[in-house]
Design a protein around this ligand. Structure first.
Ligand SMILES: CC(C)(COP(=O)(O)OP(=O)(O)OC[C@H]1O[C@@H](n2cnc3c(N)ncnc32)[C@H](O)[C@@H]1OP(=O)(O)O)[C@@H](O)C(=O)NCCC(=O)NCCS
Length: 167
């Protein structure tokens, strides 16, 4: 059974490796950004390990992360500035959704998103906000996110659509 848990400081090297396996350099979160995020909001990272059968913790293969804020829209500065995290913020932003290429299409990212959604609901947030490329709009819609059109983001010089799940 996969294990899903929040992050700990020692997870940083695995998070950096996984981020660079999932995104081209122009779109990947930098080592510095991931390090600052991990220090500021480890409980807003959801990590998935596929197997723990040998008594050792298996390899990190999927993660989701993002901070909480009262800003209603996801803006590019948020990716780099972890100080924007507000533990009592109304919106759970989703900055990263990553599964290692060798472990895709097994439902891992979906399981993490569902966990993040349920925690945000339990925590009394207004909902979750993310941006994605056009191809993934139907997938996020299957979790209840509604597409709000093109976002102002110029992250990685590609077009991003903002999607929101409102409780
Ligand atoms: C998108 C991503 C996170 C999905 O991870 P995953 O663990 O394979 O996701 P799940 O197994 O839970 O769900 C898979 C579903 O996602 C959707 N999906 C994944 N990649 C897709 C793509 N390139 N185009 C369209 N739909 C896609 C499909 O609906 C797929 O279902 P299917 O296998 O029945 O077709 C993974 O492909 C990834 O890390 N990609 C690179 C980073 C990225 O683009 N992240 C999203 C940023 S918004």
């Amino acid at each position: 059974m996969p294990i899903i848990r929040h992050a700990m400081p020692g997870d940083l090297p695995a998070l950096i490796r996984l981020e660079s396996a999932c995104f081209p350099p122009a779109e990947a979160a930098t080592k510095e950004a991931l390090s600052a995020r991990l220090a500021a909001y480890p409980n807003h990272f959801w990590l998935l390990f596929p197997d723990s059968s040998c008594g050792e913790e298996a390899t990190l293969v999927s993660f989701v992360d993002g901070f909480c804020t009262n800003c209603a829209d996801l803006e590019d500065w948020m990716y780099e500035d972890a100080t924007g995290h507000d533990e009592s913020g109304r919106w759970q932003m989703i900055f990263g959704v990553n599964t290692h290429p060798a472990y895709r299409r097994r439902g891992f990212a979906g399981a993490l998103l569902r966990t993040a959604i349920e925690e945000a609901r339990t925590d009394g947030r207004a909902g979750l906000v993310l941006t994605c490329k056009q191809a993934l709009i139907p997938w996020y819609a299957s979790f209840g996110f509604a597409c709000e059109g093109l976002s102002a983001s110029v992250h990685g010089a590609v077009s991003w659509y903002q999607m929101r799940l409102t409780f």
